[in-house]
Design a protein around this ligand. Sequence first.
Ligand code: NAD
Length: 334
Amino acid sequence: MIVTGGAGFIGSHFVKRLLAAQDIAEVTVLDALTYAGHKENLEHELVSPRLNFVRGNILDAALVDDLVQRHDAIVHFAAESHVDRSFFEAATFLASNVVGTHTLLDAAKRHGIQKFVHVSTDEVYGPLATGHASERSPLNPTVPYAASKACSDMVALSAFHTDGVPVCVTRSSNNFGPNQHPEKIIPLFVSKLLAGQGVTLHGQGQHVRNWLHVEDNCQGIELVLRRGIPGEIYNIGGGTDLTNKELTGRLLELCGAGWDAVTYVPDRKSNDIRYAMDWSKIADDLGYRPAWPFDDGLAQSVAWYKENSFQWAPAERDEDAPMAEITVRPTAEG
Ligand code: NAD
C-alpha cells in the first residue's frame, strides 16, 4: 500500500492506523517533505519493519512508476493544502494537486492498481448559506486551493470512467488534532496564545466550519479503502459546526487567555461563509460513525501542542520554507 503525503497531518494519522491493522502487510510512504511534511510525525512508526519511507515528489513520473508497480493500492493525501498560500502560489498548487494526481493515476492504470483513494475536501462545494452538500451537488470552489482540489477530483473520477482505475474520492470537512501544521487556525491560535501573543479573527468571525477529529476522518478513509465502490464519492463529516468566533472562545479558555488577546481584521478574499455536507451515504453504506466528541478532541489537541512545541514552533519549522516571506495568517480552511 502506498500512502502519499504520509508525513503530513492527516496522512501521518492514517499511516499509524494502517500499521495498527494486522492485515496490512506493508506501507510505503511517498512524501516530498515540503514545509508541511515532517518525518517527526512518524517518529514511532519509522522503526516498524512494515513501513518504508521514500522522500520523493508525486510529480516524478519515473519514481512514481517504479513504486506503483510494486504495490496494490494507493491512498493519496499528498497536496498543497494551505489556502492562504494558494493565493500566492497557485501554480504550485495546480502542479502538485492536479498534475501530481494525474501522474499517480497514470501509473495506477499501467500497473493495475486495485484501489485508489483520492482524499479531497468539502471546500470543492463552495459556500452554502443554508442546506448541506451531497455527493451529487455541483462544485463551486472559490479559492485556488479548492479549485485545484475540485480539478483533481475530476481528473481522478475521469480515470475511473475512461480507464477503469478503481478510484474512490473522499471529501471531508475541517480536520483538527495533533500533528497539524501551524498555518491552520487551531495550531496557529494555540501556539500564539501559549506564547502570550494575540490572535486575529477575520471579519466578525462568523464563518462556519465543521470541525472533524482527524482520527474520525481516517476511520472514514479506511472504510472507503476497504469497502468503497469504485467511481463513488463519499462525504466524511459528522464533526461540530462552529463559527470561528465560537472556536476562538473555546481555544481562549483552553489556553487560559481572554478576549483581549483577539483583534478583528478585515476579511480575507473569498472567505466562504459556511461549509456543510450531508454525510449520510458513508454512514448508511459503509457504517461510518465519528467517535470523537469535539471538546475532548480539542482538549487533546491543545495538550499535544503544549507538550510538542518543537513540532510546531514556527521559528524552527519554517526556517527553510519556500514561502517563509509570507505572513502566516489564520485561515478558515482545515
Ligand atoms: P498537509 O499539508 O499537512 O500534508 C501534505 C503532505 O503532502 C506533506 O507531508 C507534504 O510534504 C506532502 N506533499 C505536498 N506536495 C507533495 C508532492 N508534490 N509530492 C509528494 N508529497 C507532497 O495536508 P493535510 O492537512 O494532511 O491534508 C492531506 C490531504 O487531505 C490533502 O489532500 C488535503 O487537500 C485533504 N484535506 C485536508 C483537510 C484538512 O482539514 N486538513 C480537510 C479536507 C481534505
